[in-house]
Design a binder for this molecule. Sequence first.
Ligand SMILES: [Mg+2]
Length: 263
Amino acid sequence: MDKLVYASDLDQTLIFSRRFLNVHQSEGDFVCVERRDDTELSYMDREVQTNLKCLAEDSRVIFIPATTRDLMRYNRVKLWQGAAPEYAIVSNGGFILHNDEPIPEWSEIVTSAIDHTSCKEITRYFETKFKTRSTEVEFVDSIFLLCKLDDVSEFDAAAAELNEIYSDWQFERQGHKCLAIPANVTKGSALKWLCENILNPQYVVTSGDGALDLQMLEYGDYAFIPDTSPLRPMNVQVAAGGARSALKTMDFIEKRLGEIFLL
Ligand SMILES: [Mg+2]
């Protein structure tokens, strides 16, 4: 049976921190979707949540969350009450989960692609050149490096040099978090492998807001970026609505489903 895949980034695309909602003066009825102990961490617009759950339960649609979050931080997110999505791309593509378990074939591909020599060198570079907030540079899920800096200008100034020395790694910053990720471990490469080897969908829609989403956006037959993102990639539709911009993406999917499945 024909399928449509809808793969979406989570943070700043579907779910948002209170700070983000305040900065962007987001109006709406927001539901908490992530807690750590008693602290609420992330929210989703209630209408987005209702429509997304409905879409994810549609037998013609496979909804795939695709996030740079590690396994622990992904598992903390409950997009809705009830069963979690069947597939998920986690750790920036390091894992493809099927019913909460990593697909081993993909994990083998990722593991063999990680160059441990340069990984150690980059860790040393981070530890010696940056004033890290915590002493540890974290090797997240044994896939990518993360450290938190007080002065992020140190990282911004070094990123070009790092990119030159380690061309098979990508260096990105998300606020105070600085990341070094093997260049071939991306949400886009994971989605491509999943689609080509397991799902074989007829149509792929993607959405995301950050630099680490660009390959995934490119892979989509149709792609959306929320209007709150500063990025404007070629051939990607800007979805208006800020924290409710996913409604535009889902409207598009509903229409596309009508066209695809009538053919
Ligand atoms: Mg994001």
